[in-house]
Design a protein around this ligand. Structure first.
Ligand code: ARG
Length: 461
């Protein structure tokens, strides 16, 4: 292992096993850009505070930029010999500029340094995740708009319930993802808080201009308590939760794609390029992509629960347990990014089997609620009309027919208030057309929702 940044107090070399167990370079290298960005801002503040001369600061900033370019290209020589990315960058700096480089860590600890790196990382990741969410929202709106005339059964308990527009069903997912986007946006307020100046835990004796550092890094504020600042990972947890919520939504969408692509449903066709086959059953075409979207949700939830558990027993302030915040976060970002990318592609590539959906909506007494509403309009209290329609449905089940196929006399036999105009209420499309309230499934309501969505996304209407 390369020389320690903290070797002075130690008489013995650290055991090789300890190095291996303790080191985080194997995964925190992912933070090098953020680490260097933070160090540059810190360096400028040190110059402003008179700890570094302008010339020294210029030299350090220049060297840090060079190091960033080198790390962009690939591994640093003997990279795995370093304890963590902070140690590596500092060593690389000293190698370049000599003793001046040893001044950079003034008024700073790895505790506030890593807190800052994580904030920058989570901010960047939030931005990427947010723009990928927009792609899925776009795909959903476009499919909704292209399929405005398609109807299908809406389900509760996975039993046919009431007819709805496919566009309405798709726009339900749009709403979920819109809330997801807003959640990340809101999280930025709490991410954009500067921890530097907290040093190890108690603050620093040097007159750092914290607001100046915050401005350089595009942060909205500075942390109010140094002990909180070095031990706070709420923003990581919040991000992991927001990602878990996205995955839960994608998983629900994926489950519907799996279900709808079965021969039993036959509602959806996934292009060959987005399916896989079986190694033994030649006829198979499997919706693996959707299954993986569903399946990968588990690991993201796992990372959230893991970090909540890491944090729950920690006394103030920094504890090494917190190093465990990284691998789960990095895996979450990778997972959510590819899942959103896949979901966007999948949703723009699938096609819908209009006939199958419409046929399904025509069977199973989906307009029973409409019939009850009709009776209410004839003056029957709803509870009674519910009971009456239940009996009418039972009669139809016994006869093996749908509601609109039942003769008027038979209906009248059960409820004398029923007239010829009842058939108008037993038409599936008319049932949809009557739900014109904001948020309902009537074509004009859904068209409005689509228009609004397109405006939100900045799509030409
Ligand atoms: N690798 C450490 C982490 O991720 C960096 C901070 C180390 N601080 C310390 N006092 N040992 O948390």
């Amino acid at each position: 292992m390369a020389e320690k940044t903290w070797g002075g107090r130690f008489k013995e070399e650290v055991d090789e096993l300890v190095d291996r167990f303790n080191a985080s370079i194997g995964f925190d290298r992912a933070l090098y850009k953020e680490d260097i960005e933070g160090s540059i801002a810190h360096c400028k503040a040190l110059a402003k505070a008179g700890v570094l001369t302008e010339e020294e600061s210029g030299q350090i900033v220049h060297a840090l930029e060079e190091i960033r370019t080198e790390l962009d290209k690939g591994p640093y020589p003997n990279e795995d010999q370093f304890e963590d990315i902070h140690t590596l960058v500092e060593r690389a700096l000293v190698d370049k500029v000599g003793q001046v480089g040893e001044k950079l860590h003034t008024a700073r600890s790895r505790n506030d340094q890593v807190a800052l790196d994580m904030r920058l990382y989570v901010r960047n990741a939030s931005g990427r995740v947010m723009s990928l969410i927009q792609e899925v929202r776009k795909a959903l709106v476009m499919q909704a708009e292209d399929n405005l005339d398609v109807i299908l059964p809406g389900y509760t308990h996975l039993q046919r319930a009431q007819p709805v527009l496919l566009a309405h069903h798709l726009m339900a997912y749009y709403e979920m993802l819109k809330r997801d986007w807003q959640r990340f946006e809101d999280g930025l307020k709490r991410i954009n808080v500067l921890p530097l100046g907290s040093a190890a835990l108690a603050g620093t004796t040097f007159p750092l201009d914290r607001k100046f550092i915050a401005e350089q890094l595009g942060f909205e504020g500075i942390s109010a308590n140094s002990m909180d600042a070095v031990s706070d990972r709420d923003f990581v947890l919040e991000f992991l939760f927001d990602c878990s919520m996205v995955m839960m939504h994608l998983s629900r969408l994926a489950e519907e794609i799996v279900l709808w692509s079965t021969q039993e449903f036959g509602f959806i066709e996934i292009p060959d390029a987005f399916c896989t086959g079986s190694s033994i059953m030649p006829q198979k075409k499997n919706p693996d992509l959707a299954e993986l979207l569903r399946g990968k949700t588990g690991r993201v939830y796992g990372h959230l629960i893991a970090l909540l558990t890491v944090m729950k027993g920690l006394p103030l302030s920094y504890n090494k347990d917190m190093q465990e915040d990284k691998e789960g976060l990095f895996d979450t970002v990778r997972t959510v990014e590819i899942c959103l990318e896949v979901a966007a592609r999948l949703m723009s590539e699938v096609s819908f089997n209009k006939k199958r959906m419409e046929a399904a909506a025509a069977q199973g007494y989906l307009v029973a609620t409409d019939l009850a509403d009709y009776l209410v309009r004839k003056g029957v209290p709803f509870r009674r009309s519910h009971e009456i329609v239940g009996r009418i449905v039972l009669k139809c089940i016994e006869k093996g027919i749908e509601l609109h196929q039942l003769a008027l006399e038979e209906m009248k036999g059960i409820c004398s208030e029923i007239d010829e105009d009842v058939y108008d209420w037993l038409d599936v499309r008319k049932s949809i057309g009557r739900r014109t309230l904001e948020g309902g499934t009537a074509p004009e309501a859904v068209r409005n929702a689509i228009q609004e969505a397109k405006q939100e996304l900045g799509i030409e209407t």
